[in-house]
Design a protein around this ligand. Structure first.
Ligand SMILES: Cc1cc2nc3c(=O)[nH]c(=O)nc-3n(C[C@H](O)[C@H](O)[C@H](O)COP(=O)(O)O)c2cc1C
Ligand code: SF4
Ligand code: SF4
Length: 385
């Protein structure tokens, strides 16, 4: 007997992996007579979606980012209504790497434990949680896996989904599993090595990884990246009569813009980061702050390491913003842009997005007002051809 009649799949996906998994689950549920509503979290209708929560299974699906759920999923979790015993499931996709015979699984670490804990505090009945290997998509750090590798990973993932969902539909819980033992060990290691790692990562990624993204000279100013970004994190800005994308702090590094831009124009500025770290920031911070800290320490009669950290932060944060600004201004000059483009690894990386997920599917469920019809809409529609 089924333990629920309807299913609500709340999905967050950057490069399409999680959305593909959600489609597998949707079709499995439908085959078993379970009416399923697949929704991107930005389209959630809270609390309307929970009107009949007693016979519904609510599933949260998201990519792992730094062993945690991405920021938007965390915010969404906190917005979800309190429930009395509504059934809930959490699935984090993670990035596996297959290079020839080398097969490295991903690790979701604290991601599912975090969602399950929050849902538990909100009164949900946790039916289970598990992580699932899909192709690694950190395209700002590594090139796309080959198509056979991606297909191999997906085949394995689909089998696991079929197995796990048959158990969920049969009313079994997926809590004390080998998968969760593995993730538990990873979580303990992370917290043991760097106790605040997940929070640090989330802050670091928002403050730095997004800000090194830029468009190279191949950019044709089509604006597609602004429309497909799930966080509306890209703005088109003009310079010398040309419009170019500008990455704001809303970016969560989901890699969608990089993976789907047809012109392969989105880059991550590796050479800029090196320049910033080793030429601009570190020596300047070291020289200035050592002098400042000693002087302030002398005046106040304090010789405290924490004061040093504070003064460094007071200097470093504005210096970081200034550095981003200089970078952003300079890459608008074509010659400088060329230098930064040719000296970043991403320029030589093959781009990744799930081969079966067209960008059209990722945006089609967005609110109508967000899908502005433009002359370039065909680029959105055809971008995955
Ligand atoms: C910024 C970022 C951080 C990531 N962190 C992890 C991680 O900690 N562990 C892991 O196994 N995979 C990690 N991944 C890989 C993705 O979780 C994985 O490829 C996922 O399936 C992508 O799903 P999507 O295409 O739906 O966005 C990361 C990917 C990105 C872009
Ligand atoms: S999608 Fe690519 S080509 Fe179009 S504006 Fe964005 S970066 Fe430029
Ligand atoms: S700007 Fe690109 S990487 Fe950042 S959230 Fe938007 S689509 Fe994802």
């Amino acid at each position: 007997m089924k333990s629920f009649d309807t299913a609500l799949l709340y999905v967050l996906s950057g490069t399409g992996n999680t959305f593909r998994v959600a489609r597998w689950i949707e079709s499995l549920f439908e085959q078993n007579g379970i009416k399923t509503d697949l929704k991107f979290i930005e389209n959630a209708d809270l609390p309307e979606d929970f009107k009949h929560a007693d016979r519904q299974l609510t599933t949260l699906m998201f990519p792992t980012h730094g062993f945690m759920p991405p920021w938007s999923m965390i915010k969404f979790l906190f917005k979800m209504p309190r429930q009395k015993k509504a059934k809930a499931l959490s699935i984090a996709t993670r990035g596996a790497i297959w290079i020839g015979p080398l097969k490295i699984p991903g690790a979701a670490g604290f991601a599912n434990f975090f969602t399950a804990l929050v849902l538990l505090f909100k009164g949900y009945d946790i039916r289970g949680f598990f992580s699932l290997d899909m192709a690694a998509n950190m395209n700002n750090l590594h090139p796309s896996l080959t198509l056979p590798a991606v297909n191999g990973i997906c085949k394995k993932a689909k089998r696991k989904i079929e197995f796990c969902m048959s158990r969920v539909m049969a009313g079994k819980r997926l809590l004390f599993t080998l998968n969760n033992l593995y993730e538990g060990i990873v979580t303990c290691l992370i917290f043991w090595l760097i106790p605040i790692f997940p929070i640090l990562y989330l802050i670091f990624a928002k403050a730095s990884m997004a800000k090194i993204m830029f468009a190279n000279n191949n950019c044709v100013s089509c604006g597609m990246c602004t429309k497909i970004c799930p966080n509306q994190a890209i703005e088109m800005k003009s310079f010398f009569g040309k419009k170019r994308p500008f990455w704001t702090y809303h970016c969560e590094n989901c890699m969608r813009c990089m993976g789907y831009c047809r012109k392969k124009a989105v880059e991550a500025g590796h050479s800029y980061i090196l320049l910033h770290t080793f030429i601009m920031a570190v020596p300047v911070v070291a020289n200035i702050t050592t002098g400042w800290t000693n002087a302030i320490g002398d005046i106040l009669g304090i010789n405290n390491d924490w004061l040093m950290v504070l003064v460094e932060a007071l200097y470093y944060i504005p210096a970081l913003f200034l550095s981003y600004w200089v970078f952003w201004m300079s890459i608008r000059i074509p010659a400088v842009n060329t230098i930064f483009s040719f000296t970043t690894l991403t320029h030589y990386f093959k781009r990744f997005h799930d081969p079966e997920t067209r960008v059209k599917s990722l945006v089609k469920r967005q609110k109508k007002k967000d899908i502005i019809k433009t002359d370039h809409e065909d680029m959105i529609l055809n971008s995955n051809k």
